[in-house]
Write a protein that binds this ligand. Structure first.
Ligand code: PLP
Length: 340
């Protein structure tokens, strides 16, 4: 039975659910893992995660399709991106097939928290790993914990996706020592100051430019950029220091294969941005947030799509990808992973 939750009004926050998956790595091997009830983690005061931030995470969601199945979207890509994050942080990889199975198991165990079709809400799934044994010299931990919890989250946009205003950041994107293409808490911790500062100044997000030259568009704190040219092409920045968003990679396929658009994945100069017709931020949480305005130290770039609605091409991309996710439009092979 679905829980009695006011799905439309739960917001994007943490709500404890019944079960979480836990596996421990010790003496060079992962144990078989288990679903447990305790939502708290107990670790040593000197754990690698607490001293040297040895931790990474992933984010995906499960939801109910129109025909009543519980599914998730391309979890194999989260598994492989998490492997990349672990390798870069000297953490043991949790086998990718076991990652996907654990996602399935934990969602099944919390099936009552998967919001019904049409509610706009989803069950957010958070896999993560951290160094759990004590380390005082700067080196990787010997023991690790891999966990997955789930939390229902409300519709990202209440009353439709209103375009946001963002600013060009004075801070460089938080990608310490070349960790920009992994999903790690340290990148987020280092961006908190810039995010709070942006919000205090009235901006929804920061646009980070490349740290070396400040001429090329990178991404925001937690989403990749997509741009639509005046002649209807999709342009999205290519950079070794931004996170390879699964939503962005999926939108590139949707644009080309479903909408017949030309897709350019290339370096994007900030100087070009003023000539684009539409702009959006893409990621798992919102799929696409439209950007209406970018402020660069007092200079405003206002996209022709305006501040009232998503641009027409962005809307088509959004409707097609969410239609695929919800089972209304046939998905490419392997994109929809049925849980039950
Ligand atoms: C999670 C994240 C994204 C979006 O990736 P998705 O796989 O689409 O959710 C983009 N940038 C950063 C820095 C992220 O952490």
């Amino acid at each position: 039975m679905s829980k009695n939750i006011d799905w439309a009004n739960i917001g994007f926050g943490y709500m404890e659910t019944d079960k979480r998956f836990v596996s421990n790595y010790k003496d060079g091997a992962w144990d078989e893992g288990a679903l447990v009830s305790d939502a708290n983690v107990t670790i040593n005061e000197c754990a690698g995660v607490l001293q040297y931030a040895q931790t990474c995470f992933e984010g995906l969601k499960a939801y109910t399709t129109e025909d009543g199945r519980i599914v998730c979207f391309r979890p194999d890509l989260n598994a492989s991106r998490m492997s990349d994050s672990c390798k870069r942080l000297e953490m043991p990889v949790f086998p990718e097939d076991r990652f996907v199975q654990a996602v399935v198991d934990v969602v099944k165990a919390n099936a009552d928290y998967v919001p019904p079709f049409g509610s706009g809400a989803t069950l957010y799934i958070r896999p993560y790993m951290f160094g759990s044994s004590a380390v005082i010299g700067v080196k990787p931990a010997d023991e690790y914990q891999f966990r997955i919890f789930t939390t229902p989250v409300g519709p990202y946009f209440k009353g439709g996706a209103k375009p946001i205003t963002i600013r060009v950041s004075d801070f460089d994107r938080a990608a310490p020592h070349g960790t920009g293409h992994i999903k790690a808490g340290l990148n987020y911790a280092m961006s908190l100051y810039a995010i709070v500062d942006a919000h205090n100044q009235g901006y929804a997000e920061n646009m980070y430019l490349d740290a070396a030259t400040h001429t090329k568009v990178e991404e925001t704190g937690g989403a990749n950029f997509i741009f639509i040219t005046k002649d209807g092409k999709l342009v999205t920045p290519k950079s070794g220091s931004i996170l390879p968003s699964i939503t962005r990679r999926s939108l590139m396929v949707v644009a080309e294969k479903y909408l017949g658009m030309t897709v350019e994945h290339r370096e994007v100069l900030f100087d070009e941005v003023k000539d684009f017709a539409e702009c959006g931020l893409c990621g798992t949480a919102a799929v696409i947030s439209p950007v209406g305005k970018i402020v660069d130290h007092g200079n405003e770039i206002c996209f022709p799509s305006g501040m009232d609605d998503m641009g027409p091409v962005t809307k088509k991309l959004y409707d097609t990808l969410t239609g695929i996710q919800m089972g209304k439009i046939e998905a490419p092979e392997g994109w929809i992973h049925v849980i039950q």
